[in-house]
Design a protein around this ligand. Sequence first.
Ligand SMILES: Cc1cc2nc3c(=O)[nH]c(=O)nc-3n(C[C@H](O)[C@H](O)[C@H](O)COP(=O)(O)OP(=O)(O)OC[C@H]3O[C@@H](n4cnc5c(N)ncnc54)[C@H](O)[C@@H]3O)c2cc1C
Length: 330
Amino acid sequence: MTAEDREAPIGVAVIGGGPAGLSAGLQLVRANRRIAILDSNRPRHSATLRSHGFLTRDGAPPLELRRLGREEFESYPTAIYAQALTREVVPLSAEEARAVGFPDGIGFRVRGTGIRGAADVEFVARRVLIAAGLTEELPALPMIRAYYGTALHSCVECDGFEKSDEPLALIGETSDVFARALLISRFSSDLIVFTNGADAVLPLQEQQLASIGIRVERRPIDDIVGERAEMTGVRLVDGEVIPRVGGFVRPRWHAPVEFLGDLDIDRDDWGLVAVNDRGETSIRGVYAVGDIVPPGPQQLIIAAGSGARVAAKLNMDMIRGAVGVGQTDH
Ligand SMILES: Cc1cc2nc3c(=O)[nH]c(=O)nc-3n(C[C@H](O)[C@H](O)[C@H](O)COP(=O)(O)OP(=O)(O)OC[C@H]3O[C@@H](n4cnc5c(N)ncnc54)[C@H](O)[C@@H]3O)c2cc1C
């Protein structure tokens, strides 16, 4: 692709090159669209060495999945992949959009800062797809990062199987801890829920957990302890160490959409980006997909699947916009 080609208007600027963004990108280049993916290369799962549950790739390193996905996307002539952190998404006026050839008067200017020596980029796109994943905040314990992705995980469906029958901890300060504990009980009957002093489990829920042998520990945690790389327990602030070899933690998640600046976007109660059943946000022409939309973090295959689904809706939206027949039939 020549430099001139790179500057020509594009169909969709995809923000994020994880499974959701890459899968959407692949579908859209296969629909003969010029597509740019901007990726800052900070996948949430970089803490882990193996990913599980992706059909045909069970156990593959997550970075390998991204590399394969990127190669497939880039094998199409209308694909542009930029290693860049998106800094700004600015809507064009209807006149500006029509002037660059966007028939329905909807368009955006997307700017990104190049990373790892790559050049800064600027695209003019008919639509934007946010596939930026989530950033996560673990409970404030000094050593927790050292065990995250090895002994402690966040996705029960992804890593529960490997923890079968072990003495496990579930560390969480949010109201969904009860449901997570039920899920983990499928893998181990030796589970302690640590709320780290938060009021995260209702008394009735505590009784229900007790009835299946799960204890709730409400005292605040001082730190995770271990020997070398092996986690050995959870130390409470009063000094007691409760032996545990691993388990799950419920991070707090944040949707990284600073690039929208002052543009208002609807969010749900957890701060995730709200979308309608076509994957469009409250900003006309801006879609979102993957972990960043409700119900939040799921799995690689779900992110990839939802990327493909929303890509089809985006493609149809642009076709309908060009013909002037409205977004849907009713
Ligand atoms: C420790 C851990 C282990 C996991 N293990 C598994 C597993 O075994 N199996 C499984 O199925 N799932 C697993 N998951 C979940 C899985 O990783 C996610 O569900 C999936 O990656 C979500 O895909 P996504 O495309 O929405 O987001 P991500 O994969 O997070 O990708 C988002 C991309 O957007 C980029 N980005 C963010 N902001 C910008 C910006 N402003 N400009 C440009 N780029 C941006 C990021 O750098 C990142 O590359 C795990 C998650 C974690 C945290």
